[in-house]
Ligand binder design. Structure first.
Ligand SMILES: Cc1cc2nc3c(=O)[nH]c(=O)nc-3n(C[C@H](O)[C@H](O)[C@H](O)COP(=O)(O)OP(=O)(O)OC[C@H]3O[C@@H](n4cnc5c(N)ncnc54)[C@H](O)[C@@H]3O)c2cc1C
Length: 593
């Protein structure tokens, strides 16, 4: 059941597992653990319930950031971005970021997971081994309106009985056929990929989304928390975890370890009253890439020197906590187009907005099914992946997970990304460096556990990342130079050359112009990972063992995007679900009676 107040939970109820953070991983993991009738599970989530919240149900509304459901975090001033600071989106609502994300369903490459296995020395993270967790997570369903999707995916690489509804695009965009014609015309690196989720993502293919057959968002909550009668699983919302505390007064010596099975939280961060609750088996932190390291650092688990400086008693010296923050640099490049048939009016014209909403609700008298029209989709129908040239990898190194993994992701969108200007119709070519080298950190800002931490992703501080982003523009401009786009693109984004100029201008001038545009335009892809990274059991770095247990302590695991040692060459929700599904199996196995 979902509770608003701790006092509403039956008095004296005891829990085997307490999960701090009811987001993507937290809810999936809690649900799986509660399948064992011997386990009682409690989830503590800082945000409010997402059940029935309309604005997050309609997929296209993901382009309208709702600050109420976001932590409203910002980064430090970023030297790699011309000293700008960025908004750093994270879901502040039950379901976490899966309740507010863009719903792209991308798994990453086989190399990504094989690299996780190599890095940790645990073959359970390999691509072949994680297929069972993809199967538990994915339920491929027909898109709303049941359009013919034959040829848009390879049925053999998908799963049909998992928890999260996944579907191919439901609504045809006017640029769809042009995009596919350009791919046919250009070939080579632009070749059609029948399924970018096969483990080999290079090329351009159709983009599945976590959207159900009625055109609604499928989040960790809609997928894993639908059985409200499950009395093995309690969820307390508006519950902000401050820290975990040692449960017994273990004195540290060469063999004894702290046992962190008690969680301290409050339901009111203005007039704070802290409540402690103890799990009989384990505490699992699922606060995400910002929340999880923050909770650990608040608890005295981190770099002892910096903890002391922040006024926190250091209990466990684990210097990797909060380090290795890695996000993919992202730019939505909006080209002015010679059309009016884009989705720009949806977010700037109330009449159009109301019309498409009626269509989505099945009530316009024409589209007679729920989820019809553009609102049942997210903002891209196709997605593509590329490697930078060999000449560049020879010079700057190859930081992809493997030889068939991409450095770049590029996707076309039939309109301006997020808030469009008041006039004009656009085609957006979004460019993302999916194998970034730049690293940053999350550090706490003093000893108040509720003060937002200091977030420094270090965007574009590594040479490789800016080199790769420049290469993305060569790929975009060559794509838009295909004859199918003749006359379609009217103007480049401010700060970029026109398509003809791109190919004729002086190479040094182009390089200077690209560098300036990239540093002034890069934002967060919203795919940060790595701040409580797993590593091999005997590694001298890393914060978690390969089974996601916090190194050097008992009773405590971290399961979410912070556990990734590297970012996958993809959007990150599917790998997060893989972590949650595998963690559930590991935890159930270790407590088997
Ligand atoms: C705007 C946006 C768009 C995105 N688009 C996509 C996409 O299209 N496709 C894709 O694959 N990925 C996308 N992502 C990324 C993906 O959604 C995330 O990587 C993934 O959901 C992270 O899961 P998580 O479990 O690590 O964290 P989250 O899902 O963020 O969960 C963490 C939870 O912990 C809670 N929490 C944090 N601190 C505390 C505390 N102290 N006490 C209690 N609770 C706490 C939070 O409120 C939250 O509910 C997007 C992300 C965002 C933000």
């Amino acid at each position: 059941a979902i509770y608003d107040q701790y006092s509403d939970i039956p008095l004296g109820k005891e829990y085997d597992f307490i999960i701090a953070g009811g987001g993507t991983a937290g809810i999936a993991l809690a649900s799986r653990l509660s399948e064992n009738s011997a386990f009682n599970v409690l989830v503590l989530e800082a945000g409010t319930s997402s059940v029935g919240v309309f604005n997050i149900t309609v997929p296209y509304f993901a382009t309208r950031t709702v600050l109420q459901y976001d932590w409203n975090l910002t980064t430090t001033v970023q030297p790699g971005l011309g000293d700008r600071w960025l908004f750093f989106p994270r879901g502040f609502i039950l379901g976490g970021s899966s309740s507010i994300n863009g719903m792209f369903y991308t798994r990453g490459s086989s190399d990504d997971f094989n690299r996780f296995a190599d890095t940790t020395g645990d073959d359970g993270w390999s691509w072949d081994s994680i297929q069972q967790y993809l199967a538990l997570n994915e339920k491929l369903v027909p898109p709303a309106g049941y359009p013919n999707t034959t040829g848009e995916y390879n049925p053999n690489v998908h799963y049909y009985h998992g928890a999260v509804d996944v579907s191919l695009p439901s609504f045809s965009q006017s640029i769809d056929s042009k995009v596919l014609d350009a791919v046919d015309e250009l070939g080579g690196i632009y070749s059609y990929n029948e399924d970018v989720n096969s483990g080999s993502p290079l090329g351009l293919g159709w983009l599945p989304r976590t959207i159900d057959s009625e055109g609604r968002r499928s989040s960790s909550v809609t997928a894993y928390l639908s059985d409200e009668s499950n009395d093995k699983l309690d969820v307390l919302v508006n519950a902000r975890v401050a820290r975990v505390v040692p449960t017994s007064n273990t004195t540290l010596n060469s063999t004894a370890r702290y046992s962190f099975r008690t969680v301290e939280f409050t339901q009111d961060i203005t007039n704070v009253t802290l409540t402690q609750i103890t799990a009989s088996k384990e505490v699992i932190i699922c606060g995400g890439v910002v929340g999880s390291p923050q909770i650990l650092l608040n608890s005295g688990i981190g770099n002892s020197t910096t903890l002391l400086a922040a006024g926190i008693t250091a209990l466990v010296d684990l210097p990797s906590v909060g380090q290795n923050l890695s996000d993919q640099a992202f730019i939505a490049n909006a080209f002015l187009a010679s059309t009016t048939n884009t989705y720009d009016d949806i977010n700037r014209n109330d009449t159009v907005s109301n019309e498409v909403l009626a269509e989505w609700m099945g009530g316009d008298g024409q589209g007679d099914f729920q989820g019809a029209g553009p609102l049942g989709d997210t903002f891209a129908n196709q997605i593509s992946y590329y490697r930078i040239s060999e000449e560049l990898t020879d010079e700057y190194g190859d930081f992809a997970a493997g030889a068939t993994s991409p450095h770049l992701e590029i996707y076309p969108g039939n309109g301006y990304f997020i808030a469009p200007p008041t006039t004009g119709y656009y085609m957006t070519m979004t460019t993302v460096v999916v194998s970034p080298v730049s690293r940053g950190s999350i550090t706490i800002n003093g000893s108040n556990p509720f003060t937002p931490p200091i977030i420094d992703p270090g965007y574009l501080t590594a040479k490789f990342d800016i080199v790769a982003m420049k290469e993305a523009f060569k790929i975009v401009y060559t794509f838009l130079n295909a004859s199918v786009w003749d006359g379609y693109i009217l103007e480049p984004p401010t700060g970029l050359p026109s398509i003809p100029d791109f190919f004729t201008m002086n190479a040094t001038e182009l390089d200077v112009q690209l560098e300036s545009y990239i540093r002034n335009s890069t934002g967060s892809s919203a795919h940060p990972v790595g701040t409580v990274a797993m590593s091999a059991k005997d590694a001298s770095y890393g914060a978690l063992d390969p089974d996601l247990k916090v190194k050097g302590v008992d009773g405590l695991r971290v399961v979410d995007a912070s556990a990734f040692p590297f970012v996958t060459c993809s959007h990150t929700q599917v790998p997060v679900y893989v972590f949650a599904e595998r963690a559930a199996v590991l935890i159930k196995t270790s407590w088997q009676q």
